[in-house]
Design a protein around this ligand. Structure first.
Ligand code: ZN
Length: 386
């Protein structure tokens, strides 16, 4: 296959190295062969040049917490998860393209309905559906009296074991548990899954080297999950100082998802008790996310169904004290680690997948540049976006 040289005004390779002025990325098929100054990269006579010389090239973005068929642009979007599987699947297919066009080349789906996420992943890998690389969780596991518009109810050890194994049999990349709700109820954060149910689910997953992620905003559930070796705490809106310290010293990641609390459009049409809860607890959440970022917790970032909105999530991270560089890392190299794909994606380096985004402007100077995506290269396939 002919090699191609993607030329940019600047290349941010995502490793933390200085940006490369007049940079370029040489790709061969779906793999990066070289990254550097245009004049330093050797090319062959038949190398095709792809001109993004008005743009800054960055690694493909990673949305570390998404749900393919959850769509926050719909009125009362949580209840729309009760739509039929064909409706949800069509929505997922449309959302995948929205995600890809916003620069997301890898999306980690933390649970969806009826294994539609697995069908989407297989269709993308087979090449007949357009969308980002997917990591999928299949059926999220929640307790029957617990939270989770996307998850499925399971109670007791054997049903939880069965749910994990059924997911594994369908080929999931991670197991998703819902330990808590999303907003605090009267100052308290109950854990709906028991410690022994969580422990069993983690053991069953670990034995097959499958990662575990938990929807957990705080409370005793965070302590249990960390003690039991969870790979990622999703949301973590109300972490205490002690939990932040503990996470900073652990191997567990925090996946921060600001928009459920901060995006007016997604809150506006929710039932009043949810809407009021999100609005009332917003300041505390802002304070706790700021504390987690400041406290050295390792974090990635996700949209939780706000398709096409990852750039906005990064803007919130900067409002909570992350530097633009750290916000970008959350959506690239850190996301790659959460996905267990750090040697394949997350930075622009020789040998990694050619997942590249061309943006209008320097995101290290102005994170809002990420809203202006002009091109997305996913595994070497180029999409130009106006
Ligand atoms: Zn979620």
């Amino acid at each position: 296959m002919t090699k191609r040289l993607i030329r940019g005004k600047m290349v941010i390779d995502g490793t933390g190295n200085h940006p490369i002025e007049q940079g370029a990325v040489l790709i061969d098929g779906q793999t990066i062969k070289a990254v550097g100054k245009r004049t330093d990269i050797e090319t062959e006579p038949d190398t095709e040049e792809i001109d993004f010389s008005e743009c800054v090239l960055i690694p493909g973005l990673i949305d570390c917490h998404n749900h393919l068929s959850l769509d926050t642009r719909l009125d009362n979007y949580l209840l729309r998860m009760n739509d039929t599987i064909p409706e949800l699947t069509l929505r997922a297919v449309a959302n995948l393209l929205v995600d890809l066009d916003s620069g997301v080349t890898t999306s980690r789906c933390c649970g969806d309905k009826g294994y539609l996420d697995i069908a989407c992943k297989q269709a993308i890998e087979a090449g007949y559906l357009k969308g980002p690389r997917l990591l999928v969780a299949g059926k999220g596991i929640r307790a029957s009296h617990g939270h989770g518009f996307v998850g499925y109810p399971f109670d007791g050890l054997e049903p939880v074991r069965g749910a994990v194994r059924e997911n594994l049999r369908h080929g999931v990349d991670l197991i998703k548990l819902y330990i808590t709700g999303t907003i605090k109820a009267s100052g308290h954060i109950p854990a709906y899954l028991s410690k022994s149910e969580i422990s069993l689910a983690i053991q069953e997953s670990k034995r097959l080297q499958v990662k575990t992620a938990t929807h957990c905003i705080g409370g005793i559930g965070v302590d249990w999950a960390l003690e039991l070796g969870i790979d990622s705490i999703e949301h973590g809106y109300f972490l205490t100082e002690e939990q932040i310290d503990r996470m900073a010293q652990s191997d567990s990641w925090l996946v921060i998802t600001p928009s459920p609390f901060f995006e007016e459009n997604r809150i506006r049409t929710l039932p009043s008790h949810l809407r009021d809860g999100f609005l009332r607890q917003r300041d505390e959440v802002a304070e706790r996310i700021t504390a987690a970022i400041k406290g050295g917790v390792k974090y990635a970032v996700g949209t939780d169904g706000m398709h096409g909105g990852l750039a906005k999530e990064l803007e919130w991270l900067t409002e909570f004290g992350a530097s633009a560089q750290d916000a970008l890392k959350a959506a690239t190299v850190n996301g790659a680690s959460v996905c267990g794909l750090a040697s394949h994606i997350g930075t622009l380096e020789s040998g990694k997948y050619a997942d590249i985004v061309a943006v209008d402007g320097d995101p290290l100077k102005d994170i809002r540049s990420l809203r202006r995506v002009r091109g997305v290269i996913y595994r070497g396939r180029i999409r130009r976006i106006n």
